[in-house]
Ligand binder design. Sequence first.
Ligand SMILES: [Cu+2]
Length: 118
Amino acid sequence: MWWPLLVACALQPAPNELSLTTESGSFDVTVAFAPDPPAVGEVTMTMTVVDVAGAPVDATVAVDPWMPEHSHGVADPPVVTSTEPGVYTATWVCPMAGEWQLTIGVDDDPAVADVAFY
Ligand SMILES: [Cu+2]
């Protein structure tokens, strides 16, 4: 009787794919990490941004990593590029393992996620 549950779980998104909504409620952001789960070293975040109607959003997207435990960010701010409408990629180097607070700004409208890096 457990098989249907196992099959359903297998179809879920990867554990570290995040679904976020910006503070104003205007945008939904889905974030996938590579590597997954995210690890110390070079990290690539692929962010899909849609509006309330589900349409891809053309915006200025920024990523600001912050480590609250030690009150520091990263040496080189992530550079965000857009590969297709509504899809943004940021690559940066995570210097240390632990809990990071990732603020993703969509035209200055932030979505914040706490993410563990190993
Ligand atoms: Cu630190």
